[in-house]
Design a protein around this ligand. Sequence first.
Ligand SMILES: *[C@@H]1O[C@H](CO)[C@@H](O)[C@H](O)[C@H]1NC(C)=O
Length: 220
Amino acid sequence: MRHSSHNLFLLEMLRFALLLAALASPGSLFNLDTSSAIVKVGPPNSLFGYAIAFHQQSTSSDPILLVGAPKAISEDRRSFGIPTGAIYSCPTEQTCRPIKMEFIYNAQKENITEQWLGVVVRSAGVGGKVLACAHRYQLVRALNNVAETRSIVGRCVLLSATLKPDIYDTDSGSGYIFCGNRMSTHERFGVCQQGLDAGFTEDSQYIYFGATGAYSWKGL
Ligand SMILES: *[C@@H]1O[C@H](CO)[C@@H](O)[C@H](O)[C@H]1NC(C)=O
């Protein structure tokens, strides 16, 4: 309780400060640092910056900025040219580069077009893992058959501290898809949209996922 009322107080203070700033300079914006700001730029129309996280590979390495761009076109070998979304690694002094995911991609069974990888990016802290999600990832069953179904289950992937995909941890080789092997009707898990939000617990021992679309959009 004390913690949350403290946060509320801070929020109120912030609101007040913003209000003062707005009153003091009507119609103009301000920046915290206009003279030496570091600006990171991604591909146009990729929603670069939709999610961001600071990450540090180890105690001796410099912090980097991780930037999600959910509509970026893939530069991976396996999915080149498909708008899959991407996570960019942005060292302070260098240009941003997309992290290579190289998902094991099966076009008969999955649809990664517009999956929105980068809707969520989180770091578990110094030397910790990185979590990224794609809440519009689809599983396809019976492709080109009258019984074809598409389930917008969503998925999340873990990256090692050094930003290498850790996807082989899981059975599917394509990340955490917890709605994948469950009932695929929309009343159950067919439109889970896992990963619209996700994160690490404070001790970094657990990952949690939100699945807004489970149970007819009641969420899970
Ligand atoms: C794959 O998903 C995209 C975006 O939702 C959609 O436009 C396309 O028709 C899908 N393709 C297949 C084969 O399901």
